[in-house]
Write a protein that binds this ligand. Structure first.
Ligand code: PHE
Length: 463
């Protein structure tokens, strides 16, 4: 691990950075969220809208974040402050968004651990009724979900915090190098199996059928929010990651590779889970059961499926941890570098707060159909505002973060500076630079603004 003047860590190698950035991008967003959204938003047409969003807006914003981060070698707020002190609140908005996401992310991350344990110790109970297993163990259908909301998320948060306290190159990079490629291979294998299950063809048809009637403002908003979430954009994480990068890296090609890998994983996950939904008849509905309840049908039907199940949830857990660490790193880097807090202590304090807030997410998932804010169970009353966290971040804060970042990079800091940084001061060719500048200044901000405003007029629906 090489160190810079200010003694910040740096990524040790090019492939290490790509895999770590891809590790941040590839996570629960791809495997747990994306298939559910594709399913609820009508299948084929949604896939196309999603890909368009990634190609035209996602890549534009990602390169914008990379250049800001590498130029300044600072956390999100410090980076923007250095370029223009008046706008450091943009970085602050990102850190706040990341923190809210992390609260519920760690809950679902904990669920992956429960499933690793479940496939080892009680697989017959899972196979007997996969949906009931999910509801009973994680969402606590009629009890307080001690495992889903407390025990497993706590383990997940502990692991995330442990990795973060060890620093970037040591923790994140080493792990990503080994496990990211493995994740890819297992996904491909499971997707093939899922698509060849008896009855899977209806699911495949659903995913490949282009139904123009499903194209509406909501689908655009969901696709955009999902693209930002999945690519880890709009909250300064990629600014922070690129700040650990040296001038030798070609940011343009890195952007292309990370966006491509992330989108491949999301599409693979869609084609792994939706055919299984049709083949097994388990409709996980809105309660977050995608990737948990539905896949049991796939594992049940393959030789050695239980071992595959374990491996899959282990990799899902790993994908989640490489993302959660990147979000926590954003918050911690901010508090350490801007507020002068001590690193280890910061990690502990932030973890405790996010754990407590996160509990409400799982509680809310258990009561998807309930209207209202308060609920009483076993004599305990608690508020359910968890779904609101997802709603607020995906539909408002992430697009807003991306919007302000593009305006900042394109208009305030300026495309000339941005292109200079993107090419490492002319070291690398960037033939599409004028196109990127146009997307950054005009297309992306306008498109994101329209979608945010349209979203405000649509009711509260997170699918
Ligand atoms: N991109 C990650 C995923 O898809 C989540 C994430 C969001 C990570 C924002 C960092 C920043 O799961």
């Amino acid at each position: 691990m090489s160190t810079t003047v200010e003694n910040r860590g740096q990524f040790g190698s090019k492939i290490g950075f790509i895999l770590s950035a891809a590790g941040s991008a590839v996570g629960l967003g791809n495997i747990w969220k994306f298939p559910g959204k594709a399913y609820n938003c009508g299948g084929g047409a949604f896939l196309i809208i999603y890909i368009l969003m990634v190609v035209f807006i996602g890549t534009t914003v990602m390169l914008g974040e990379f250049v800001i981060g590498r130029k300044t070698q600072k956390n999100a707020i410090g980076a923007i402050r250095e370029l223009n002190a008046k706008y450091s609140w943009i970085g602050g908005l990102g850190v706040l968004t990341g923190f809210i996401i992390l609260c519920y992310y760690c809950q679902v991350g904990g669920w992956t651990i429960k499933y690793i344990v479940g496939y080892i110790t009680e697989v017959s109970t899972i196979y007997a009724d996969p949906m009931a297993y999910f509801l009973n163990n994680l969402l606590g259908a009629d009890r307080f979900p001690v495992q889903g909301a407390i025990i497993y998320p706590l383990i997940f948060i502990f692991l995330t915090a442990f990795i973060i306290s060890r620093g970037v190159a040591e923790g994140i990079e080493k792990m990503s190098k080994i496990l990211m490629p493995l994740l890819f291979i297992v996904l491909i294998g499971l997707t093939i199996r899922s698509c060849t299950l008896p009855g899977a063809d209806a699911g495949l048809a659903y995913m490949l059928h282009f139904d123009a009637s499903t194209i509406n403002a909501n689908a655009f908003l969901v696709a955009l929010g999902q693209a930002f979430f999945s690519l880890s954009l709009g909250m300064g994480v990629m600014i922070t990651y690129a700040s650990y990068l040296s001038k030798d890296e070609n940011l343009v090609s890195n952007t292309g590779i990370v966006c491509f890998l992330d989108t491949c994983v999301a599409l693979l996950a869609g084609f792994m889970i939706i055919p299984a939904v049709f083949a097994t008849g388990i409709d996980p509905g809105m309660g977050g059961g995608f990737a948990f309840a539905t896949l049991a049908g796939v594992f049940m039907s393959i030789p050695g499926g239980t071992i595959f199940g374990c491996l899959f949830y282990f990799l899902l857990f790993f994908a989640a941890v490489t993302s959660s660490t990147s979000i926590l790193e954003g918050t911690v880097a901010f508090l350490v570098e801007e507020k002068g807090m001590e690193r280890k202590k910061t990690v502990v304090v932030v973890s405790i707060v996010l754990f407590i807030i996160g509990i409400f997410y799982t509680l809310s998932q258990a009561h998807m159909n309930l209207k209202g804010i308060w609920i009483s169970r076993e004599g305990i009353s608690y508020p359910i505002f968890g779904d609101f966290m997802e709603y607020l971040t995906d539909r408002l804060l992430l697009p807003l973060g991306a919007l302000t970042t593009t305006i900042f990079a394109g208009w305030i800091w300026g495309t000339e500076n941005a292109i200079k940084e993107a090419t490492s001061d002319g070291k690398y060719k960037f033939a599409l630079a004028p196109v990127w500048a146009f997307l950054l200044r005009i297309v992306a901000p306008i498109a994101i603004a329209i979608i945010i405003i349209a979203g405000m007029f649509l009711g509260m629906s997170i699918s």
